[in-house]
Design a protein. Structure first.
Length: 226
């Protein structure tokens, strides 16, 4: 498998953990690069941030225009959002990035899978099906895709889905792209599966705000200190 190109930022020498952070529709790996220093992580917690570029593909809701995306979106209803083949292919790319980080000496228990919007959907999809013990899952302004397949997949693969992984879900209360209810519903589904979800909501649209960035920084420090 050919891995996606990535942007990498290390907050110090010899990083002891990795955050794989997936961007949203139409963006690229540089989208959240500038946020790293704003997280204000201590020098005692050197991390590697890996920001992959999604493949370029035509997007149906945008008239077939080609752009970076983790999967196609046919419509804005729940069914149309779920390009199953694209979601599973991008989740496999995340698996490849996870494997590469382990080859670089970072244990899976020190790796966070994170994403914004489409990227968050891939992060959610991947982690709840992963056989690995991971450090954390972060989904921002996002939603859980392929909900109807989860129960059967987890039942058929009992060694997947480590519910002890810390989960951070953040969402804007006035998000016009991914409705607030979609974020809340996703958090509820994860709780029903046994995850301890840390839910955050913000008075914003489809974006990040200063308070959310601060909360992410505090969360990262907390999970890496456990």
């Amino acid at each position: 498998m050919q891995l996606p190109e990535t942007v990498e930022v290390e907050t110090g020498a010899n990083p002891g953990g990795t955050v794989i952070w997936l961007h949203g529709l139409g963006a690229d790996g540089h989208d959240f690069e500038a946020i790293v220093p704003e997280l204000r992580l201590p020098a005692s917690l050197p991390l590697r941030f890996v920001f992959p570029h999604a493949p370029v593909r035509p997007i149906t809701i945008n008239g077939g225009m080609e752009m970076r995306a983790w999967y196609d979106i046919v419509s804005f209803d729940k069914k149309g959002r779920a390009d199953e083949a694209g979601i599973r292919a991008s989740s496999a790319l995340v698996d490849g990035l996870l494997e590469r980080e382990q080859q670089r000496g970072i244990e899976s228990s020190k790796i966070v899978i994170a994403g914004f919007s489409q990227g968050g959907a891939i992060a959610l999809h991947n982690v709840i099906r992963s056989p690995l013990k991971l450090c954390g899952l972060m989904a921002l302004s996002s939603y859980l895709p392929l909900r109807d397949t989860i129960d059967a997949e987890l039942a058929n693969n009992p060694h997947t889905g480590d519910v002890s992984v810390p989960v951070f879900i953040g969402h804007g209360t006035s998000d016009p792209m991914v409705p607030y209810e979609g974020g809340r519903d996703s958090a509820d589904v994860l709780r029903s599966l046994g995850y301890q979800v840390e839910w955050h909501e913000y008075a914003m649209g489809h974006s990040l705000c200063a308070q959310e960035i601060a909360d992410i920084g505090h969360w990262l420090q907390a999970i890496y200190s456990d």
